[in-house]
Write a protein that binds this ligand. Structure first.
Ligand code: KIV
Length: 273
């Protein structure tokens, strides 16, 4: 059994993230949608595992995050929760399960918490979803906000370009960030906004901000696992640092296996009974 499974691990909570922010210790967050990946993230001591609705793109091949369902998110989340001992597990509420109806929002959040065992939920938006946030928080469910580029609104904006570049949009984002903090969100994702604005927002809040394409001043960073490992290839925004080029390695290994099979090199005598 891996040592980390037997160690007395100190579980990361929303309080831990607040303490890290207060101590200026950067928070590292990555996505996972399955058991085997989540085990690796926890072994490496990631702080937060996000079961993002980017699963719609990465796992299911949809063009947007809109089609993924609550049942599918719960399936991904429960697979991740079974793997994780240490990290905080945050799960995205999918499109259509919380906007415009706070009772439905609470029911969706409760299903995620009850059926997956996750630690918190994340949802996109500011003032327009504040009633839903209030109701979810009133049930004792921690909420992570998400402002800036909010992929569930892609049909409204029509582009994945950098957000809040105008003074007006930046001011609205700042207001929303303060609102989310006032109402009790424990943290806030800032996606694809100017670094100067992310720095201003981070400096104006007491809760930790987690950036993706938001520069270096946020309290933490998040990337999609499949992007930073180079498993996905078509997606290359400026903010993405690839730590491996796994797609090349995996395709190479598959070609090697095919070659071995075709040439009677696999299995050999020691690989049979
Ligand atoms: O769904 C997701 O992966 C996300 C991150 C990009 C923040 O929301």
């Amino acid at each position: 059994m891996a040592q980390y499974l037997t160690e007395n691990v100190q579980k990361i909570t929303t309080n831990t993230l607040q303490k890290m922010r207060n101590a200026n210790e950067p928070i590292a967050m990555l996505t996972a949608y399955d058991y085997s990946t989540a085990i690796l993230l926890d072994m490496a001591k990631i702080d937060v595992v996000l079961v993002g609705d980017s699963a719609a793109n990465v796992m299911a091949g949809y063009k947007t995050t809109l089609p993924i369902t609550l049942d599918e998110m719960i399936y991904h989340a429960s697979s991740v929760v079974r793997a994780v001992n240490r990290a905080l597990v945050v799960v995205d509420l999918p499109f259509g399960t919380y906007q415009g109806n706070s009772k439905q929002a609470l029911a969706s959040a409760i299903r995620i918490m009850k059926e997956s065992g996750a630690d918190a939920i994340k949802l996109e938006g500011g003032a327009e979803v504040i009633e839903s946030i209030d109701r979810i928080l009133s049930a004792g469910i921690p909420v992570m906000g998400h402002l800036g580029l909010t992929p569930q609104s892609i049909n409204k904006f029509g582009t994945y370009a950098v957000r809040a570049t105008s003074e007006e949009e930046a001011a609205v984002l700042m207001e929303n960030a303060k609102l989310l903090e006032e109402h009790g969100c424990f943290s806030l994702v800032l996606e694809k906004i100017p670094a100067t604005l992310a720095a201003k927002v981070t400096g104006s809040l007491h809760i930790p901000t987690i950036g993706i394409g938001a520069g270096m001043a946020t309290s933490g960073q998040v990337l999609v696992f499949h992007d930073m490992m180079g498993i996905t290839q078509q997606f290359s925004p400026r903010y993405l640092r690839r730590y491996l080029n796994l797609s090349e390695e995996i395709v190479g290994a598959i070609e090697h296996y095919i070659d071995d099979v075709k040439n009677h090199n696999f299995p050999n005598e020691s690989e049979q009974y």
